[in-house]
Design a protein around this ligand. Structure first.
Ligand code: KG4
Ligand code: ZN
Length: 344
């Protein structure tokens, strides 16, 4: 019988983390915050043939990869399944069929070993990537979160609590990068393609900022910016003009990222917080990384910027967030189901 009230908490647990919310099947083993292994099998190349993530392909490929990626992670960490103290897996947000593969595998693993299971909110995983970079990091800190599904500035108050200070009223920043890439004829995944194209261009085209103005609260909006890029490309085509696509990409990149960086530092100052962290796939963007580093440095703010491989989807961040919940005794029952969307 699986009884979550019977589990005790160890000080340096061996945590197995599993992530399968989108197109990466990932598994990692952590001893406390120390990463022993971090493995990924990605279906991105297959998805690229279709110009974006096809949910059914993602689910099928997770089914094929989940067992293998977990074997790899255990082998690289040089641990046996019976050494694991806790299993943590993403239960949402994400593609339902994709989530179910990793979640079901993880629940079965925890049940078979009779160890605590922690169902992890993917977004909290992105926030917890910062602890991988700086294991002695302690809240409070401000986090800039920018992924394919979410864009927000958060105040992390404790290891298990955070407050949303600003979010987006429509598209997420990563989604805007992906859509912009499509309009500019660039391959999936859009973020890295736009960044590459932008490197050869200059931000000389005026595009609307992603910041919502004239509002009492700060919100981002990416739909106006996306439409402006579409109109710029279509209008030039209609007039038969040769548009410099690299300039469009650089202009879009600046309009999408500058407000995120500026507002993050403004919030740190407003709340008197000296530490800023960041997470989510868009944080792998070189322009964002250098702008945020420069602005934090000039304002005397400590920046904890996770390595790029911990910004995009990975299982080490899920295990890292699993550790926060494990230490707080927040274990999940095995009846927990996958959730396509979870409010921030
Ligand atoms: O966090 P993530 O891997 O998955 C989600 O949770 O959504 O983020 C994926 C998003 C995609 O929209 C992708 O285009 C974007 O992150 N991204 C980037 C870069 N690398 C990934 N956006 C801008 N620049 C990049 N270098
Ligand atoms: Zn993600």
């Amino acid at each position: 019988m699986y009884d979550i009230s019977a589990f005790s908490i160890k000080s340096q647990p061996l945590i197995l983390g599993i992530e399968s919310s989108c197109d990466e099947t990932a598994c990692a083993v952590l001893r406390g915050r120390k990463i022993l292994s971090n493995c990924i099998i990605s279906s991105a190349a297959e998805q690229a043939k279709y110009g974006g993530v096809v949910p059914e392909i993602a689910s099928r490929m997770h089914t094929e990869a989940v067992d293998e990626v977990c074997r790899m992670a255990l082998e690289q960490a040089a641990v046996r399944p019976h050494d694991i103290d806790c299993v943590a897996a993403t239960y949402g947000a994400g593609l339902l069929g994709a989530l179910l593969v990793g979640l079901s595998f993880a629940k079965a693993f925890a049940y078979a070993l009779n160890v605590p299971f922690v169902a992890v909110n993917h977004i909290r995983g992105h926030i917890s990537a910062a602890y991988l970079d700086k294991p002695d990091l302690k809240p409070p800190f401000i986090t800039l979160l920018a992924s394919g599904g979410h864009t927000a500035i958060l105040l992390t108050e404790s290891f298990t609590q955070f407050k949303v200070l600003a979010d987006t009223s429509d598209d997420a920043a990563g989604e805007a990068f992906d859509k912009c890439a499509r309009v500019l004829g660039q391959p999936y995944p859009g973020g890295p393609s736009v960044q590459k194209l932008a490197a050869g261009g200059r931000p000389v085209i005026n595009l609307p900022s992603a910041l919502v103005k004239n509002s009492t609260s700060t919100r981002f909006s990416y739909s106006g910016l996306k439409t402006a890029v579409i109109n710029t490309v279509h209008n030039a085509a209609q007039r038969g003009e040769q548009l410099n696509l690299a300039d469009v990409a650089a202009s879009f990149q600046r309009a999408a990222i500058d407000p995120l960086v500026k507002k993050t530092v403004e919030y740190a100052q407003k709340y008197g917080i000296r530490t800023v962290t960041a997470g989510g796939g868009v944080i792998a963007n070189d322009y964002l990384r250098s702008s945020l580093s420069a602005l934090c440095a000039s304002n005397g703010i400590n920046l904890v910027l996770p390595e790029k491989k911990f910004c995009t989807d990975n299982a080490a961040m899920i295990a890292s967030e699993g550790l926060n919940q494990y230490m707080a005794g927040n274990f999940s029952g095995l009846d927990i189901n996958a959730c396509a969307s979870i409010p921030l």
